[in-house]
Design a protein around this ligand. Sequence first.
Ligand code: ZN
Length: 152
Amino acid sequence: MQLPSELDDLYQDIILDHYRSPRHQGLLDAPDLRGEGFNPFCGDQVVLTLGLDEAGRIDAVGFEGQGCSISQASASMLTDHLQGKTLEEAEDLVRTFKGVMQGEEFTPEQEEELGEVAALQGVKQFPIRIKCALLGWTTLQDAITAYRKTQG
Ligand code: ZN
């Protein structure tokens, strides 16, 4: 595996579990939102699709990707936290995670809400891998931005 061996064992287990058994795998047939992300530093790719219900809440999530374990595990963890959220709430999540990857700390409430995502905090010790961890999240943000443009 391509994980930095310095990562805490518990974190490694969580990341590898998501890498080997990604959640919400497979793209939606008729998504409301679609985003594609590529991390040239590592060759990671993520395609993310979302469906919205009539109230504008995310009611379906699917992704596909390939690349290193951190990129794929992070995208998988993200998909676990989107169901039932509005796009604004999803953006808040992206902002929180980006902040943590850039050196902020999760508040206890955020850590509780995000659960396994906290396992990715160890990645920030390895600056080259931060882009891997962020790929799914920036892809989500791009998909939301593109969707808003189509909505005028
Ligand atoms: Zn990577």
